[in-house]
Design a binder for this molecule. Structure first.
Ligand code: ADP
Ligand code: MG
Length: 423
């Protein structure tokens, strides 16, 4: 069944800074009806394996549930910390160690997935990463951790295993099957590396689903109506825009563009810069040079940013952030308003729309040809971002589903359908 609108068909050009994208058409698999036999309990999970955060969900009894970790958090940082004894810590606790123990705290491993050591992306990652990236067999990438050189899927497998264990703890039963999401632009190598990570984590990967497709599934697209939607995904360190054409049960990526170094962390950096500059002007102390002070600044900046998605201003208080040469302790206390924050980050938000221009151009469409815009990614909780998106696309974006959980939820819906246990 082809969609009804006339679309100029063309190969997808590679988005800026990323490898050749692949078009994925997915067919919704209807749950099989069984007669006389009770359908098996749905245990196939959906995992959003993100660059910054990961999330696991399950669809059962007609509902989609995000499964929280043991701290009651719906999302966990895609960060792995390797301790001296070789033991690893995964998630938000590991993220908290990133500043203290940068060499052995692996963040954003997804950027290295299925990439060649000599690729531009890996060169860029090497320039910003605090851990050691070395060359492995066949020009692959390895991460040096203590005496070991780990393959990237081995690191992502630890994140996936954590997600599997979160699900098992929450469901109180073993989980062995999953649908894992990947960016629409992931090439065969990157997809294979993600599959390998799933296998190492002890998961049978039912399917790799494109992230924007998963988001559209979570919004119930694909139930007959032919539509075109844009999925605007601003994450922690990456921005992706995808234009999808959705026919009945067929999801097609018309174009996908992105910036692999643009996301919520850049917002944090702007706040950190402001705080550090003001502190230096006042006390002649550079907080960025002190690991522990920088860690506190980072945490404070991120939490201020997050609270600005609900409040008009955020109070930033960091007690005992530094010590004067005379031995007196200094604290930081400042209120950041939405307007100040907007001035700090608006150019970053505007940069996303240049990428949107490109994606629309590639799909041969204008914003008027779209039937909807879906928001994905933590920073899209900011009213500032929502307003800018609304202005650009000339329509109110869809925000009913939590933007940092929507991808995992779509993956869960697809997992349940694949498993045939009722969606
Ligand atoms: P990923 O890049 O893995 O897809 P997410 O979509 O989870 O990551 O986005 C992570 C980013 O979202 C982080 O920079 C985080 O600070 C930001 N974020 C999370 N919640 C909020 C919020 N309420 N307001 C603003 N930014 C948020
Ligand atoms: Mg994401």
């Amino acid at each position: 069944q082809r969609a009804r609108f006339p679309i100029a068909k063309r190969a997808l050009p590679a988005p800026r800074g990323v490898s050749q994208p692949t078009t994925q058409r997915i067919r919704r698999v209807e749950p099989c009806t069984s007669y006389g036999v009770e359908a098996p309990m749905a245990t196939a999970i959906g995992i959003d394996l993100g660059t910054t955060n990961s999330c696991v969900a399950i669809a059962r009894r007609g509902r989609v549930e995000v499964l929280e970790n043991k701290y009651g958090e719906p999302i966990s940082a895609s960060v792995v910390h390797f301790g001296d004894g070789g033991a690893s810590l995964v998630g938000n606790q590991a993220k908290a160690l990133a500043v203290q123990d940068p060499e052995y705290t692996i963040t954003a491993a997804k950027r290295l997935m299925g990439r060649y050591f000599f690729s531009e992306e890996v060169k860029k990652a090497k320039a910003v990463c605090s851990y050691k990236i070395v060359e492995g067999p066949n020009h692959s990438v390895r991460v040096k951790v203590h005496e070991q050189a780990l393959a990237v899927p081995e690191i992502s497998a630890l994140v996936l295993r954590e997600m599997k264990e979160i699900a098992e703890a929450k469901l109180d039963q073993p989980v062995s099957q999953a649908v894992i999401t990947v960016p629409a632009y992931f090439n065969d190598n990157q997809r294979q590396a993600t599959r390998d990570a799933g296998r190492i984590a002890g998961l049978e990967v039912l399917r790799l689903l494109n992230e924007p497709t998963a988001a559209a599934l979570a919004y119930g697209f694909g139930k007959g109506l032919a539509q075109r939607v844009a999925v605007y995904d601003l994450g922690g360190g990456t921005f992706d825009i995808s234009i999808l054409e959705i026919g009945s049960d067929v999801f097609e990526v018309l174009s996908t563009c992105g910036d692999t170094y643009l996301g919520g962390e850049d917002f944090d950096d702007r706040v950190i810069d402001l705080l550090a500059e003001e502190f230096q002007a006042q006390h002649q102390i550079n907080l960025r040079k002190d690991r522990f002070a920088l860690e506190k600044l980072k945490a404070a900046a991120e939490s201020a940013k997050k609270s600005l998605s609900v409040d008009d201003e955020a109070r930033i208080q960091i007690p005992d952030v530094a010590t004067t040469p005379a031995g007196a302790t200094l604290s930081l206390d400042r209120t950041l308003t939405r307007a100040e924050f907007a001035a700090l980050v608006s150019d970053l938000i505007q940069r996303t729309f240049k990428v949107c221009d490109e994606a629309l151009q590639q799909a041969n469409l204008t914003v008027r040809d779209l039937d909807g815009v879906i928001l994905v990614g933590g920073p899209t909780r900011l009213p500032l971002v929502r307003e800018a998106v609304e202005q650009y696309f000339q329509r109110e974006p869809k925000t009913d589903v939590d933007p940092d959980q929507v991808v995992a939820m779509g993956a869960a819906i697809h997992a349940a359908a694949r498993q045939g246990a009722g969606s």
